[in-house]
Design a protein around this ligand. Structure first.
Ligand SMILES: Cc1cc2nc3c(=O)[nH]c(=O)nc-3n(C[C@H](O)[C@H](O)[C@H](O)COP(=O)(O)OP(=O)(O)OC[C@H]3O[C@@H](n4cnc5c(N)ncnc54)[C@H](O)[C@@H]3O)c2cc1C
Length: 407
């Protein structure tokens, strides 16, 4: 069965903090925008009980509550949502394709905001107990079901310890498996001090998970003491894994540049190696993965996508001029030398009337057209015909030289 095709200005893959923010910016710029989300709109942040470091919420906010506000704001600006999995992408070329089970979405710009997924321990039998069978990645989701029970947290980073402390509000005991020496943890010092004083938290140092056991549902986590090389079975009702995340980038392998761990590489404009394709949030290689930084990335990509699309339109219509001769003066409004050449360009426009269309592009406002033309230094005059660059004039630009180019 042939898939239906739908056309958008922008397709955003992933509806977490980064994707929703990009959506708000695109929607507000009146771009026809769709966010495709395979699980829950709001993404990873909805898994977090309390977000205390997102500005504007001095009393803190629940991850779910905060993401509901983002979602509402995106919908207010006309962003459409589709709850389905993106199966394949074709991202080179002017019109990009994002394929789901039933539909191929076409767009001029694509923003990848697919975040990450929890890392597994790799211990024996792990696959048999994931999610509703006893291994959880979400304290907010599964804390209440563990009221007065014994749970284990694996990991000692910020997420592990903060979520572990949250679990002590429900569980009678939270056993934390830490792979480091006694007292050594990966979390921040404040969280560490609080956790070590929490009477409901018990730490088992120098351990990693060897296997998960239980009849149908998990009931025992077998830890291995890496110093003594001894096995230590621990009875638990649920085991929470907080040992890091892996990027959701399988779809983009061979297409988008990534680092060795699979995170997408962008510049500070969130541009990937392909024109019109942006990456934001946890999926990209960056220093700090948080809601606040995903929001910043989303804002930049949304703004960039809007600029890219309007520049594409100008480029096709005005610069390429449907194959007819076209002269482009690339200049910088704040540069004296560029301004001094404006009368020369005006004279060229008069002299070449009927022979070539003349366009002035101020790179101070936007350098996208210059980048498409491969021009790095201004002032420059580019002559285009048959949709191809014929000649680039820079340095000593005169009326005679411009006229000679067009002949
Ligand atoms: C336990 C925990 C606690 C945290 N606490 C805090 C905190 O206190 N403060 C803070 O600022 N940050 C916190 N973070 C980090 C924060 O949640 C993330 O940095 C943020 O959610 C990243 O947003 P994102 O949009 O980049 O990605 P995500 O929120 O991961 O969203 C990506 C979305 O893309 C979707 N997706 C992936 N692949 C596809 C596909 N093929 N098709 C369609 N959809 C797809 C996913 O389903 C997901 O919803 C915490 C994270 C965790 C795990």
């Amino acid at each position: 069965m042939e898939k239906k095709r739908e056309r958008y200005d922008v397709v955003i893959i992933g509806g977490g903090a980064g994707g929703l923010t990009a959506g708000i910016y695109c929607g507000r710029a009146r771009l026809k925008t769709i966010i495709i989300e395979k699980a829950l709109v709001g993404g990873l942040a909805t898994y977090t009980n309390e977000i205390e470091n997102y500005p504007g919420f001095p009393e803190g906010a629940t991850g779910l509550g905060l993401m509901e506000l983002f979602h509402k704001q995106a919908k207010k600006f006309g962003v459409e949502f589709k709850l389905t999995d993106v199966k394949a992408v074709r991202l080179d070329g002017e019109i990009k394709e994002v394929e789901t089970f039933r539909v191929i979405y076409e767009a001029r710009a694509v923003i990848v905001a697919s975040g990450g997924k929890p890392r597994l321990t790799g211990a024996k039998n792990e696959e048999n107990y994931l999610y509703d069978k006893g291994i959880s990645f979400c304290a907010t989701c599964d804390a209440a079901a563990n009221t007065d029970k014994t749970v284990m947290v694996v990991g000692s980073g910020d997420a592990a310890i903060e979520e572990g402390m949250f679990l002590t509000r429900f569980a009678s005991k939270v056993i934390v498996s830490v792979m480091h020496e006694e007292g050594v943890m990966d979390c921040n010092e404040i969280a560490k001090a609080e956790a070590l004083q929490n009477p409901k938290m018990e730490f088992i140092w120098n351990t990693v998970v060897d296997s998960f056991e239980g009849e149908g549902r998990l009931d025992t986590v077998v830890l291995r003491d890496v110093k003594k090389d001894e096995l230590l079975p621990v009875k638990v009702d649920t085991c929470f894994l907080f040992i890091g995340y892996l990027p959701n980038t399988e779809l983009f392998k061979g297409m988008l540049e990534m680092n060795r761990a699979g995170y997408l590489i962008t510049n500070e404009r969130m541009e990937t190696n392909l024109p019109g394709v942006y990456a934001v949030g946890d999926v990209r290689d960056k220093f700090l993965k948080q809601v606040a930084t995903a929001v910043g990335d989303g804002a930049i990509a949304g703004y960039g996508a809007e600029k890219y699309i309007s520049e594409s339109e100008t480029y096709e219509r005005q610069i390429l001029n449907h194959g007819a001769p076209s002269l482009v003066y690339l200049w910088n409004a704040v540069d004296e030398g560029c301004r001094a050449l404006l009368p020369v360009i005006e004279s060229a426009e008069e002299a070449l009337a009927g022979q070539a269309a003349v366009t002035r592009v101020d790179i101070y406002k936007s350098d996208g057209i210059a980048r498409r033309l491969g021009v790095q230094e201004v002032p420059a005059v580019v002559y285009i015909r048959d949709n191809q660059i014929q000649q680039v004039l820079s340095g000593d630009i005169t009326l005679d030289k411009i006229k000679a180019m067009v002949k």
